[in-house]
Design a protein around this ligand. Structure first.
Ligand SMILES: [Zn+2]
Length: 254
C-alpha cells in the first residue's frame, strides 16, 4: 500500500510513468553523497551520460570513507592508510566519469551528529557556485546508512534555503529492496537508462579497488549466478532511478 507520509511528494506523472533522465536538458549536475564509491554505485551511469552530453558534473563527497572495513581482499591497506587509499581511488573513479571532485572532510560514520543547517549551508554554496540544474543525493530516510540519510537530509535543506527561482531539482536515490521501496514510495519519478555507458560505470567502480575487487571477482569468476546477485547486477547496469523531492516538504528525518 502506498505510504501516506506527507514527506513523500505525489507522483508527477498521472500515468505513473517514469520520466527519462535527459542529460541534454541539464546545465550542471552536482552529486552529494557521503562516501568514496557511492557516486559510482548510485550515480555512475548518470554522471557518464552527463559527461557525454558535455554537461559539467561535480561529486561533493562528504567523507573520506576512512572508517570503512573493506581493506581489499587480500588486504592491501590498513586503518592508518585507508584515507589516502580511498582518496586516490575516488580521484581515479572521477577521472573515469569525467567528474570534478570536492571533499567536505566530514568524519566518516558521524554525519548524523553534525548540525544539519551547517552542512546544508556548505552544500548550498557549492550548488550556487556550480549553478546546478539538478542535485542528486540519497533519499533521506531511505538511505539505509545513517551517513546517507543525514547528508540527503542536509541536501534537501540546502535547496530549501535557496530562492525558489534558483533552486535545482532534487533527485534522490533510495537504497534497499526494490519491492519494499515500490510498496512504500511507489515507482521512482526519473529513470536514467545507463546501458550505453555501462562500461564507463564499471570502470569507475573498478577504480574503487579496495571496495569492489571482491564484487568483480564474483561477477567475472565462475561462481554460480544466484537470483540475488543477478538482480543486483541488473540494477547496477541497466537503470539508475530517482525520486524527485520537493524541498519545502519535511523530509522523513524531520
Ligand atoms: Zn555510502
Amino acid at each position: 500500500m502506498p505510504s501516506e507520509n506527507p514527506a513523500i511528494p505525489p507522483k508527477k506523472d498521472a500515468h505513473g510513468l517514469m520520466a527519462p533522465f535527459d542529460a541534454t536538458q541539464e546545465r550542471a549536475v552536482l552529486v552529494v553523497l557521503p562516501h568514496p564509491d557511492d557516486e559510482s554505485f548510485a550515480t555512475g551511469g548518470t554522471l557518464a551520460l552527463c559527461a557525454e552530453a558535455g554537461v559539467r558534473t561535480m561529486y561533493l563527497c562528504g567523507t573520506y570513507g576512512d572508517m570503512g572495513r573493506r581493506m581489499g581482499k587480500p588486504a592491501f591497506t590498513n586503518r592508518e592508510a585507508l584515507r589516502d587509499v580511498r582518496t586516490i581511488e575516488l580521484k581515479e573513479a572521477c577521472a573515469v566519469l569525467k567528474c570534478e571532485l570536492r571533499f567536505m572532510g566530514l568524519r566518516d560514520k558521524c554525519i548524523e551528529f553534525e548540525d544539519p543547517a551547517e552542512v546544508a549551508a556548505r552544500v548550498r554554496e557549492v550548488i550556487m557556485e556550480l549553478d546546478a540544474s539538478t542535485v542528486i543525493t540519497y533519499y533521506p530516510g531511505h538511505g539505509v546508512h545513517p551517513d546517507h540519510d543525514a547528508l540527503g537530509h542536509a541536501t534537501v535543506l540546502a535547496v530549501r534555503g535557496m530562492p525558489a527561482a534558483s533552486r535545482p531539482r532534487i533527485l534522490a536515490a533510495a537504497v534497499g529492496n526494490p519491492e519494499a521501496l515500490l510498496e512504500e514510495l511507489g515507482e521512482p519519478d526519473v529513470a536514467a537508462d545507463i546501458r550505453p555507458v555501462v562500461a564507463t560505470k564499471m570502470g569507475a567502480l573498478k577504480a574503487h579497488r579496495s571496495q569492489t575487487e571482491v564484487m568483480f571477482t564474483h561477477f567475472e569468476g565462475d561462481a554460480p549466478e544466484d537470483a540475488q546477485s543477478r538482480n543486483f547486477s541488473e540494477r547496477l547496469t541497466r537503470s539508475e532511478n530517482y525520486y524527485v523531492l520537493a524541498p519545502d516538504q519535511p523530509t522523513l528525518l524531520e
